[in-house]
Design a protein around this ligand. Structure first.
Ligand code: ZN
Length: 148
């Protein structure tokens, strides 16, 4: 078990140090800003939707290791997915990080490495910030989202 935990921490650290899809997107057609006041994480999610398919997704911002790694893993997971698949993935991810006995669905792939945050309730907001911001971008909400 501790080997698995080490591996998970390694993946999180890697995505924090070298976040994937970490840039602004010039041809984004959906954008939203997210702010987790509890921790101070701030990020912007960019989406390029064609019909109901996420052609491209990226983010930028400033946050802790968990929020940055979660956004990085999320963008990797969502490219090429349909909006309804993205929403289902968010539900599965949210369940995973808020239920002690939840098993990771195979659909989650590498996102499973964030399961450990459920032991730290304050960190759940760090892990879900990118996802809440994604949802705002999909709905094109004008006001910045907060995790409160
Ligand atoms: Zn944070």
């Amino acid at each position: 078990m501790s080997d698995l935990r080490d591996l998970y921490q390694e993946v999180i650290f890697d995505h924090y140090k070298k976040p994937r899809n970490f840039h602004a997107m010039a041809d984004a057609n959906h954008v939203a800003h997210g702010h987790n006041r509890l921790c101070g994480d701030k990020l912007t999610v960019y989406l390029h939707l064609e019909g109901d398919v996420i052609q491209d997704v990226s983010f930028e911002g400033n946050g802790c290791a968990i929020s940055t790694a979660s956004a990085s893993l999320m963008t990797d997971a969502l490219k090429g997915k349909k909006v309804e698949e993205a929403e289902r993935l968010f539900e599965e991810f949210h369940h995973l990080v808020t239920h002690d006995d939840a098993e990771a669905s195979p659909d989650l792939g590498k996102l499973e490495v964030l399961a450990g945050v459920r032991e730290f309730p304050a960190r759940v907001k760090c892990a879900t910030l990118a996802w809440h911001t994604l949802q705002a971008a999909l709905k094109d909400r004008a006001a910045p989202v907060t995790t409160e």
